[in-house]
Design a protein around this ligand. Structure first.
Ligand SMILES: Cc1ncc(COP(=O)(O)O)c(C=O)c1O
Length: 383
């Protein structure tokens, strides 16, 4: 979808980019300078496959100093080509054909794709606005079967912005206690939390660390979208097999980029806070706008840079928000893997967007797979 939108843009149309998580903020200058310096210093050769020792150390230090989560940088941290690659490796390494993966929905679409690529089965766990879209561990427990291999916990959550708290994580730990289920904790938005909420890393809950693979990204909180730098942290027993898969499939990110990522962690506290404040202000402005109309609803997001909008049924069955755009006016590209009847829509970046003058073709995926999976889980998540 992003490709199509860019094609249309290259042809001269102005496009509103809601199809990819692509905020318009620039990377901090010190990080860009560090990348240039590293290039000038000849840091243009491969690093070890798990990433440079310095960056792994820096990531481990960040986790231990901010959350008292201790990982050995030499065996329990891998630098990845973005969080995307980290998610792919975690799922491809541990999920076999026939395994089940509990996936709270709505969800970032890549989880579903990766699960299916591994020929495992996504089992959808519907998140409810009544719970502020926070995962309910008891409902997750109802979906456990002997074939369950993994549960995805994205916090702060893409696309709803929900942030899970300690109590729920303890309940999740309890629900998984006698199982072999791994937790894929995607914490790519960990620094983007607002109001009085706090990010709680999944692995800090009692009993969860040995079964948790944590994923992080430089893209969101550091203004480094497109640098494709992320990381994995977890117990050696889980990271070792992932590193074997990585060796067969990819290299670590470019060395000069990893050098810059060290500076991003180490030297950008002020810029990180500026970025958070900027998104916080946009969130507030967008919530005000939403509050001033009665077509769309949303639960105020505790984190991320999304608003997850819902469209009440009373506004015309089967017609999505996009269909409501005035003729010849603004249309948006929607990559959501949801069927026509689902009136919940992709999140809005709380940012100033440019106007589109041309209509993007809309594509609707076949809903059959989703229906089947929803039926399988016994809890249809589509309204
Ligand atoms: C929840 C989540 N995880 C991972 C990613 C991928 O991040 P990266 O750009 O570091 O690959 C995204 C990107 O939108 C995301 O929303």
């Amino acid at each position: 979808m992003c490709e199509r939108a860019c094609e249309i843009e290259a042809q001269g149309s102005r496009v509103i980019h809601l199809e990819a998580a692509r905020p318009d903020l620039d990377a901090p200058q010190v990080v860009k300078d560090a990348a240039l310096e590293a290039l000038d210093a000849g840091r243009v050769h491969h690093s070890p496959n798990a990433g440079t020792a310095t960056l792994r150390q820096e990531i481990a230090l960040m986790l231990s100093s901010s959350n008292d989560l201790r990982y050995d940088p030499s065996t329990e941290v891998i630098v990845t080509n973005g969080a995307n690659e980290a998610v792919l490796h975690a799922i491809m390494t541990f999920c076999n054909p026939g395994d089940e993966v509990i996936l709270p929905v709505p969800a970032w679409p890549a989880y579903d794709t990766c699960i299916r690529l591994a020929q495992a089965t996504p089992v959808y766990l519907p998140l409810s606005p009544a719970d502020d879209y926070v995962l309910d561990p008891y409902e997750a427990q109802q979906l456990l079967t002997p074939r369950t291999r993994m549960i995805v916990v994205c916090t702060p959550h893409h696309p709803t912005g929900a942030v899970i708290d300690h109590r729920k994580l303890d309940q999740l730990a309890e629900a998984l206690r006698h199982t072999r289920v791994l937790v894929l904790a995607d914490e790519s938005y960990s620094l983007l939390v607002y109001v009085d909420r706090r990010h709680v890393p999944v692995a800090t809950a009692a009993g969860l660390k040995p079964r948790t693979i944590t994923v992080g990204s430089f893209a969101k909180s550091y203004g480094m979208g497109g640098w494709c730098a992320g990381w994995l942290a977890g117990p050696k027993s889980l990271l070792e097999p992932m590193l074997r898969v990585r060796r067969l499939t990819a290299e670590a990110p470019p060395t000069f980029l990893q050098d810059a990522a060290v500076i991003a962690i180490h030297d950008t506290a002020m810029e990180q806070e500026d970025i958070r404040q900027e998104f916080s202000a946009r969130r507030a402005a967008a919530l005000t706008l939403i509050g001033e109309q009665d077509l769309l609803r949303c639960v105020p997001p505790a984190g991320t840079f999304y608003l997850y909008l819902t469209y009440p049924k009373t506004h015309g069955a089967g017609r999505g928000v996009h269909d409501e755009a005035p003729r010849g006016g603004t249309r948006t590209a929607d990559p959501g893997k949801r069927p026509r009847s689902d009136r919940r829509r992709r999140p809005l970046h709380p940012r100033v967007v440019r106007e589109s003058t041309r209509q993007c073709p809309r594509r609707h995926p076949a809903p059959d797979l989703l229906h089947t999976a929803a039926k399988r889980s016994g809890t249809p998540w589509m309204t």
